[in-house]
Design a protein around this ligand. Structure first.
Ligand SMILES: CC(C)(COP(=O)(O)OP(=O)(O)OC[C@H]1O[C@@H](n2cnc3c(N)ncnc32)[C@H](O)[C@@H]1OP(=O)(O)O)[C@@H](O)C(=O)NCCC(=O)NCCSC(=O)C[C@@H](O)CCCCCCCCCCCCC(=O)O
Length: 719
């Protein structure tokens, strides 16, 4: 709701009250309508100030209301009433003015912001556009190019940038409401016509058509199938080319299409899922709100290869003091240079001083004796990691948290090598660790809730989407990736090409298909794992039996490429060819295609025509099926955990909400039916055998995703 007070005798002060972000719920909108009316009809009031309680102006429309029929006064007439008021209305912006919050402020005649405030129209990231006049007012206020940039990216700007762009009229370091009241008094009685943004034309812009064409092309490329950014461009174009009333009509039409789209539902689901994963729970019943994290002032990283360097940077950027340990002198020197460079570039981008002094380098593991938390990031080898954990247990002060950065190794096995297994958790970072958003915090059966709480809090401080997951081979992300990759290999055996598979997945919205991704990350990574699993055999055998290993279908294609020294981009050859080792542009490779032909002939396989639909169903449903197994095993607390992992760390298109949300959208019965279909065709492929949870959900009428919990044995989900 909104509270009304008269201050400084003649200023009506309206305070939005709807914690935590003063979202414009029906009650708040009603409150604004009523209090504005009251201020305008009070002859003692000369001007009006609108602010938000608790240091935040307004986080925009109440996104939760979008899920049901909306009631209460609509935003557009409410903002119009403010703009057409005959007394000056000033927005006092502290904290955030986002989406509908900024649109409300744009309806005011003046805007005063605190220097720490952030402003923006982030609707695009929710699959929407600024549909309370924002797409029409912002271009009129700051010009088409700047408005296009803000509206299509959804980026937040600082108060300083907002001042420079002309979004706000004044920035203060002091009490914003007091500054706004003073300002409101100073402008009382002035003509408001020049201040009504909707009455202005957009500032002149040469070559408008060329500009829109260029931006549309750019947006289409980066949107990877998302429709909201395109609608945003169309709405701004309406602002630039049509009178305001017609522009508003176009804004309404575009919003109506977006509002009911699956993409908007998916993106809004992602917004809430990202927040829900912070409220973690463990199968033991331990949870985020009853587990106190330990303070971490000083941390250490062991092993300064690619991962260790990124982790050191991510830690140092939080302001922690970091001991970075590397036993090899040459490697240590190189790492020092690389880390300093990353810190300097990162600091430049954020306009702050680099935290170079925050990192102390050492060749000696004894240097970590007094740290609060250690992240071991040595080579992915259980024997080596065990040795490091034993050393750490002997060196570290009592109570130090020992974390392992591993992508698949058994966290519990490592914990068993220490006298205090409750202090051990996995922290699975993704390369480059200072850039990638995802962190899997892996708890073993003996990890203490306090250890999990500490790692989760540290992840949050590093700006990561941190998800607590149970300990199993590959945890959540890599465990689900295995059937996805295997299906892609099987498709090649059956007649597909890397180009076809990648195109299908990229059109779905992945930034890279499975084979381009494999070339980027290195084919040798999976080869090493398969060797460790005893799956790799010399490539001379032929026929079906050569492709059944450990009782299930196996494709040795990846192994055969590795035997040829084709490790991907780093060797200049993989599933594609590259101009030179390290080049990034994947090109069609005739060798690979004759190799595939020869391989099929050797194994008596007849290539058939495979379409995009089959690629998507086999790769994605196999991955989703594993997700259902993971939920049933209690490795992930809920579908939202899996979805956040896939959207933040594996390139799953955000506008499709993550694999489990996607399954829900496609229809669980359909996913089950297609898995059964493919399982019948490929009975020797266990990952196509539908999970019992999927069957149970379908049998119980395919409930919506937030009700899956009732069918999950080990539920500890939050949504
Ligand atoms: C504001 C933040 C930056 C704060 O960040 P912080 O880190 O401090 O906190 P959290 O992010 O953890 O949030 C705390 C808490 O608050 C919840 N929350 C945050 N924002 C909102 C919100 N806007 N609504 C509801 N709830 C919110 C959050 O979920 C947390 O709670 P939880 O329980 O989950 O932990 C940060 O929160 C942030 O960035 N917020 C989102 C800002 C944003 O995106 N704003 C834009 C909202 S959309 C909007 O404003 C739309 C408007 O342009 C126009 C609306 C017009 C509507 C008209 C509808 C017409 C429909 C036409 C259909 C026609 C169909 C037909 O014709 O049939």
């Amino acid at each position: 709701m909104a509270e009304y007070n008269r201050v400084s005798e003649c200023v009506g002060l309206i305070t939005l009250r709807n914690p935590p972000v003063n979202a414009l719920s029906a009650a708040v909108r009603q409150g604004i309508v009523d209090t504005v009316q009251r201020a305008l009809s009070d002859p003692n009031v000369k001007s009006v100030v609108i602010c938000g309680q608790n240091g935040i102006f307004c986080g925009g429309a109440d996104i939760k209301e979008f899920r049901s029929n909306m009631t209460g006064p609509p935003l557009i007439p409410m903002i119009h009433a403010i703009e057409s008021a005959n007394k000056p209305v000033v927005a006092a912006i502290e904290g955030s003015a986002l989406g509908g919050g900024l649109e409300l402020a744009l309806g005011c005649h003046y805007r005063i912001a605190h220097s720490k405030a952030r402003l923006g129209l982030p609707e695009v990231s929710l699959g929407l556009l600024p549909a309370a006049g924002g797409s029409q007012r912002l271009p009129r206020l700051i010009g088409v190019p700047a408005a296009l940039n803000l509206i299509t990216t959804g980026r937040h700007v600082t108060a300083a940038e907002a001042l420079q762009l002309g979004i706000v009229d004044q920035v203060t370091d002091h009490n914003t409401v007091a500054a706004a009241v003073k300002f409101a008094l100073s402008v009382a009685g002035r003509s408001l016509d020049p201040r009504r943004i909707s009455t202005h034309p957009c500032p002149q812009q040469p070559d408008l058509d060329a500009l829109f064409e260029e931006v549309m092309q750019k947006v289409r490329q980066s949107a990877r199938g998302a429709i909201a950014p395109i609608a945003c461009v169309q709405a701004v174009r309406a602002a630039a080319t049509l009178p305001y009333a017609q522009g508003m009509e176009r804004e309404r039409e575009l919003m109506a299409t977006l509002f009911t789209s699956g993409q908007a539902r998916a993106l809004q689901y992602c917004f809430f899922a990202e927040r829900a994963v912070g409220r973690w729970r463990m199968p033991s019943g331990a949870r985020w709100d009853t587990s106190k994290p330990r303070p971490v002032h000083k941390a250490a990283v062991i092993g300064l290869g690619t991962m260790g360097r990124g982790i050191t940077v991510a830690l140092a950027q939080t302001g922690l003091s970091v001991i970075a340990v590397e036993t090899q002198e040459k490697q240590l020197m190189e790492a020092k240079q690389a880390i300093s460079g990353m810190l300097e570039r990162g600091a430049k981008g954020r306009g702050v001083a680099p935290a170079l002094d925050g990192v102390i380098y050492s060749q000696n593991i004894q240097a970590v004796a007094d740290v609060d938390l250690v992240i071991e990031a040595v080579f992915e080898d259980i024997a080596l990691k065990t040795k490091v954990f034993q050393q750490l247990s002997a060196v570290c002060k009592p109570g130090t948290l020992l974390c392992t950065n591993t992508s698949a190794l058994d966290v519990d096995q490592l914990a068993s090598e220490t006298p205090n297994p409750e202090l051990v958790v996995g922290m699975h970072f993704f390369a480059p660790a200072h850039v990638m958003k995802l962190l899997e915090v892996v708890y073993g059966p003996r990890s203490s809730p306090q250890a999990v709480a500490t790692a989760m809090q540290l992840g949050k401080k590093m700006g990561k989407a941190s998800v607590a997951v149970g300990n199993c081979r590959g945890f959540v992300g890599n465990r689900m990736l295995k059937p996805y990759i295997e299906e892609a290999f099987f498709l090649l055996e059956e007649g597909a090409t890397p180009e076809l598979v990648d195109q299908a997945l990229e059109e779905f919205g992945f930034p890279m298909g499975v084979f381009r991704m494999s070339d980027l990350s290195g084919l040798d990574v999976g080869w090493r794992v398969r060797k460790g699993d005893g799956l790799v055999e010399p490539g001379t055998a032929s026929g079906r039996s050569a492709r059944i290993r450990q009782g299930r279908r196996y494709s040795p294609l990846g192994d055969l490429l590795c035997e040829e020294g084709r490790f991907g981009q780093k060797t200049g050859r993989g599933w594609y060819q590259y101009d030179k080792p390290g080049s990034r542009v994947a090109r069609f490779d005739p060798w690979l295609h004759s190799f595939l032909g020869a391989y099929r002939a050797q194994h008596g396989l007849v290539a058939r025509r495979i379409d995009h639909q089959e690629v998507l169903e086999r790769c994605l449903y196999a991955l989703i099926n594993e997700g259902f197994h993971i939920l049933d095993d209690g490795i992930a607390a809920g579908p939202e955990d899996i979805d956040v992992i896939y959207v933040s760390g594996y390139g799953w298109p955000r506008h499709r909400g993550g694999p489990m949300f996607y399954a829900n959208m496609v229809g669980l019965a359909k996913v089950l039916e297609r898995l059964e279909h493919y399982q019948q065709l490929h009975p020797e492929v266990p990952h196509l055998q539908p999970s019992s949870l999927l069957r149970r959900l379908v049998a119980s009428g395919s409930p919506p995703i937030h009700k899956w919990g009732e069918a999950i044995k080990k539920l500890h989900s939050q949504l």
